[in-house]
Design a binder for this molecule. Structure first.
Ligand SMILES: [Zn+2]
Length: 316
């Protein structure tokens, strides 16, 4: 199961205790995946389509707990297309449907339902707890989170600019800086920063998922710092190797031009050892000498040899 599905599953069971919060969450679901229809006898029905079982479960619970309405549930399988199931939850009873729509303020007193129910009436979202509930409902219906092992990305896909903006504004109340982008015909609200994704999980009250994300974040940071250290060590090794290559080049040049005859005993010995043990470190070379010297002593002699080689090159 993906991280996104796990968050949704957790949120499906997270329902506000207060009536106002449950209304706010119902409003989010209706405005993001609801469809209101009126038949020839002016009877109203509400349908919610979703491919996500968590959304279906949440909406069903909300209707039952908040309005004491049992909706009809119909499951459509798409075996032939290989797609997942679609759950269709329907409130067919006119009185019940009107009751729900009036509570979420999608229908005014004159019994006209709001032409554009994409933007939810701010009156039902005044309290902070209701904003949390709304964001939770919106994420359940139209949101997703990437696998935190790979990348940090949270988004809610909206069909109108107004709704995207409303969601961004609501996030701002919790100090979350939701960005907005147009993707094809969709208005996508997204968050890229890990710490902000942690914040939004907190706002939606997905506490188990929040802990999971934090754990992954810590592991990732540790892994990165280990990698940085390894890279640094690798860089040091390649520096050592290229230094040795240069020393061998210089020593070979001296040998092939003037020979080792002119060199002092100390220089000659280190020159021969370097050629003989190209992979040895300076400390190891120092220990191989007839009179061992330390790292800086070896370095000093090798630098003299390089200097000599450079002199020979400019002369030659
Ligand atoms: Zn509330």
């Amino acid at each position: 199961m993906s991280f996104s599905s796990r968050v949704k599953e957790e949120l499906a069971y997270q329902t506000g205790a207060a009536m106002h919060c449950r209304i706010a969450e119902t409003a989010a679901i209706l405005s993001l995946c609801g469809k209101i229809t009126k038949d020839e006898l002016e009877r109203i029905s509400i349908k919610v389509h979703t491919e996500n079982l968590s959304v279906a479960r949440k909406y069903f619970t909300l209707l039952k707990k908040t309005y004491n309405i049992e909706c009809n549930v119909c499951v459509r399988s798409h075996m032939h297309t290989g797609k997942s199931r679609t759950y269709i939850l329907e409130v067919r009873d006119d009185t019940a449907a009107r009751k729900v729509l009036a509570s979420v303020k999608m229908m005014n007193d004159g019994e006209e339902f709001a032409a554009d129910y994409t933007k939810v009436d701010p009156l039902i979202l005044r309290k902070a707890c209701c904003k949390r509930a709304f964001l939770r409902g919106a994420f359940l219906c139209a949101g997703s989170i990437s696998e935190p092992e790979k990348t940090y990305h949270f988004e809610i896909v909206c069909t109108s600019f107004e709704r995207a903006q409303q969601i961004c504004d609501m996030m701002k109340v919790f100090n979350i800086d939701g960005k907005w982008i147009l993707r094809k015909k969709y208005h996508v609200v997204y968050i890229k920063e890990a710490s902000q994704i942690v914040d939004i999980l907190n706002v939606m009250e997905a506490h188990v998922s929040l802990m999971e994300l934090e754990n992954i974040r810590i592991l990732k940071e540790m892994r990165n710092s280990v990698n940085r250290r390894v890279n640094c060590e690798t860089a040091n090794i390649s520096k050592t190797v290229s230094a040795a290559v240069k020393q061998i080049e210089d020593i070979t040049y001296i040998r092939d031009t003037v020979g080792f005859g002119e060199l002092t005993d100390g220089l000659r010995e280190i020159a021969q050892l370097r050629l003989e043990y190209p992979e040895a470190s300076l400390v190891e070379l120092g220990n191989l000498l007839s009179i061992p010297v330390g790292k800086s002593g070896v370095n000093h002699r090798l630098r003299k040899l390089s200097f000599l080689a450079d002199e020979l090159r400019t002369r030659g």
